[in-house]
Design a protein around this ligand. Structure first.
Ligand code: ZN
Length: 302
């Protein structure tokens, strides 16, 4: 039996928020339709954050109002605080990503909260979302390393997994926000996380900052992970680190998984078309590799 792997497309959120250019709601909705048509069944389309802080995401409400009412696709959003959850509830969002950082220093610099405060805030947001029937994906950022603190102890990550599970999250997501994970340590940690999580699905959000993203996908699949976040063309990155490469690319990941005998239900050529369109608009190449190859329409993939 081939493993069925679920990919969540993050390009319209994690990708667009790192670009200086702000795209129109219509353009974003067109991309969402194109990505859904490629077979993606999970697409993160917005974040409900302060429009002054992240102007690229200022149209979150309009995005959700404009999405097709296609129940086969889960459209999710990211929130950082209770105000964001309230906006998401009003916008009719059904699936929210709520996270905290495993690194206390990163949490204080990025979210201006200690880890202890972040846990409290996570709890409030999760309770509020769940009380409104919203599925919650409980995230842990910097699970595999932090640029300020370096190594993050596995015990801290596992405690946060237990914390999230105790609050009844519908799904867990561990993020290698900095691309510091390596295949061996990732496999070891994910084996532990999956054991704790039991029947709760666990997703991995991998960045390709140190070019180990796809090796980490392989290690994670070997460990039993069946869900990954990706971004078309490998968009994304870290706005704080110059030249930081982005998320693992959707079409590259899909192609590799198919070659490994896994099923995704996604057409990599269709995703590559979205990346080619974006490259044309930005007038610069994206980090992904496969879409560049697929510029030659009739090229053979095996
Ligand atoms: Zn990310």
């Amino acid at each position: 039996m081939p493993e069925k792997i679920i990919l969540e497309e993050q390009g319209l959120r994690d990708g667009l928020q790192t670009l200086t250019r702000v795209f129109s709601t219509e353009q974003k909705l067109a991309w969402a339709r194109q990505l859904a048509a490629s077979g993606l069944r999970r697409i993160q389309v917005a974040s409900f954050v302060h429009p002054k802080l992240v102007p690229q995401m200022a149209d979150a409400e309009a995005i959700f109002a404009g999405l097709p009412s296609d129940s086969s696709v889960v459209y999710s959003a990211l929130v950082l605080n209770v105000r964001g959850v309230e906006r998401a509830i009003a916008a009719g969002v059904k699936h929210l990503a709520i996270s905290l950082s495993a690194s206390d220093t990163h949490s204080q610099r990025n979210a201006r909260m200690t880890l202890k405060e972040a846990k409290q805030a996570f709890q409030e947001m999760t309770h509020l979302a769940k009380a409104h029937g919203i599925a919650v994906r409980g995230g842990i950022q910097c699970a595999f390393g932090c640029r300020f603190e370096g190594h993050i102890e596995a015990s801290i990550v596992l405690q946060l997994v237990e914390h999230h599970l105790a609050l009844g999250v519908d799904e867990l997501a561990l993020a290698d926000s900095t691309g510091m994970a390596n295949p061996r340590s990732l496999k070891a940690l994910m084996t532990e996380v999956l054991r704790l999580a039991g029947s709760v699905p666990v997703a991995l959000h991998l960045h390709n900052t140190e070019n180990k993203g796809y090796a980490n996908v392989y290690a994670a699949v070997e460990a039993g992970v069946r869900q990954f976040d990706t971004a078309f063309g490998g968009l994304g990155g870290c706005p704080f680190i110059r030249n930081a490469s982005g998320n693992i690319a959707t079409e590259d990941t899909v192609h590799m998984l198919h070659q490994m005998g896994c099923e995704t239900g996604i057409d990599p050529r269709a995703v590559a078309q979205v990346s080619l369109g974006m490259e044309a608009l930005l007038e610069q190449p994206l980090p992904g590799m496969l879409y560049k190859l697929l510029q030659n329409q009739d090229i053979c993939l095996i």
